[in-house]
Write a protein of this length. Sequence first.
Length: 409
Amino acid sequence: MKIIKTSLIILFICSACWEHNETKNSKNIITKPYPHAIDIDKGFTSPAIIKLSSIADSIKYIILSKDKEVIISDFPWLQMTDSEFYINFRGQIYRFDLSGKFLNTIGKIGRGPEEYMPGSPFATNPSADRIYVKRNYMHDYITYSNSGKFIGNISLKKSDNIWEFECFSDSIFMYTFYYIFMVEKSIEDLILCGLFDINGNKIHIIEHPAKNVPSEVNFYRLGISPPSYTFYNYDVVLNHIDTVYKINKDTIIPGFILNWGKIPHRHSFEELYYIQAEPSKKVEKTGKFLEISDKAYFGLKDLDKYFLFEYDKKTGNTRSMLANGEENFGFINDIDGGVKYYPKWTNKAGNIWIDYDDAFKFKKNHDEDLLSNSIAVYPERKDKLKSFLKNLEIGDNPVLKIVYLKPHI
């Protein structure tokens, strides 16, 4: 077992053998090597207009189960394969094809040997023919075929606090963790994320920075949130505080380091890991961290002001675009003139981004005033959006908003 500590010295040494850490990446675009240092102060003083058309060439809207064979509302998890969507809605896993047609559920909710409890995280294997479900309150996986047929159980070592996981192969998994209601004796076991074998044995881990607790720590106030992640070129891009890690089936390295300069931001132990009674008055990150071939994107929040940051992997330059309020945060959607866009998920290749709105909100946000005044570099796609809105009913299931990046991205 290799334990990768949060000390960047060790991680920087490991990064020398990173598969994608060459100056010419898989898209034949010359970039700076990992880890990239992102100058936040410079980004705030370099205003920009960041348009979706600069990186994407199309956007598609899909209603999940338009015929209402199943009724869906808000859902916390989605995974996209080459031919399907999987979502977790009220504890049950649903499978849809890429047109939104409902195909089947995966297993059942319950405590039986072939069932799982609500909140159980799931992942598809690389060939997308098997679904792994980490059963809440139980130390095992339960596996199904993509048609929902039960395959079997796989025992795990003690697996408390697993938040999400990804399947790099049928024998290597990545876990992320969350921690609440901690006690002093358990603080030594904190892991941020790691690679594990199918039975939960450690391969590579990053110890959690919260292990370095101050002597006066109040354990009853600890609420350690899990890191968020997306994908780029089948690697996990995992975002935690000031470091964004690059993870593949072989290793973990720092991919991006946020340098805050004199910008006031959350950095103390209490600010980062205590449950807060009030919103922070300092700058903090918001949304997922997104990487493409030559750039990276992320959000920062300063009270009610939201900033979309763009980092150029070729030049090392950073710039940002201001949005007044969370509802205005995101890329300017000049592809079809719709509302601003920022994804919740990506596919594993990282070249498809996914977000969603409920049908009522989608229709409300795309009102006549917006569509009359917005700019679309593809006017025919604005016409297509208008046609979609005309046929959309406020009682429909959620609308997936899917952005396809340009081939060279």
